[in-house]
Design a protein around this ligand. Structure first.
Ligand code: TMP
Length: 212
């Protein structure tokens, strides 16, 4: 029954809310599901996440940033994601390798081949079965953000976030069989229903699902 689902999108587009709703819906339908996130999801990952988000050194160089996100990822994949998938569980993960391509590659300007190579080592080549991109105009997400509580990456300017946003759409366009782009300006319930239909169809295509 294993399935690896990731959520992607700019900050403030409702990813975490939707990951939580999908987790609850899968559990209610009788699936064994693990919800996790990047950076974080393990004790080491949580420490790395704190450094990445809240370090007051604005000057973590892009390559160090790339390595830190991937150190968190290496720990998460080997300790949580792979064992859960091997046990037949569904993983719902808030952000994964695509975040690194758009934030460190397109946002910070690191070479995409370097980013992809490091991502691939840290993730052991494991790619999601389905990636859900919550999308809306980048200015709307920025407007939802409170600068007082914004972390080191959220504080980046509109130009940075536009690159991230456009990068996501380009990735989704390159691999439409893995990505579903969902209009995040719809109501929370409508978005959750669209995501559920997609996940259900994927599960039905692969397995005959329990208790539904
Ligand atoms: P979030 O918990 O709000 O999603 O914050 C995670 C932040 O880290 C967000 O600004 C995106 C950023 N990020 C990267 O820059 N690269 C990565 O590889 C990942 C996973 C996240």
């Amino acid at each position: 029954m294993s399935l690896f689902i990731t959520f992607e999108g700019c900050e403030g587009f409702g990813k975490s809310t939707q990951a939580g709703l999908l987790h609850e819906r899968l559990k209610a339908a009788g699936y064994e599901v693990v919800r996790t996130q990047e950076p974080g999801g393990t004790p080491l990952g949580t420490e790395i996440s704190r450094i990445l988000k809240w370090s007051d050194q604005d000057a973590i160089c892009p390559l160090a940033e790339l390595m830190l996100f991937n150190a968190s990822r290496a720990e998460l994949v080997s300790r949580i994601v792979k064992p859960a998938l091997a046990a037949g569980k569904i993983i719902v993960c808030d952000r994964y390798v695509d975040s690194t391509i758009v934030y460190q590659g397109l946002g910070r300007g690191l070479s995409l081949s370097t980013v992809r190579a490091i991502n691939s080592i840290a993730s052991q080549g494991l790619m999601p079965d389905l990636t859900l991109l919550l999308d809306m105009p980048v200015e709307k997400g920025q407007a939802r953000k409170h600068m007082q509580t914004a972390d080191r990456i959220e504080r980046e300017g509109l130009g940075f976030h536009r690159k991230v946003h456009d990068g996501y759409l380009a990735l989704a366009g390159e691999e439409p069989s893995r990505w579903l782009v969902v209009d995040a300006s719809q109501t929370k319930d409508r978005i959750a229903d669209i995501i559920w239909e997609k996940v259900k169809s994927l599960l039905d295509a692969r397995y005959s699902a329990p208790n539904r």
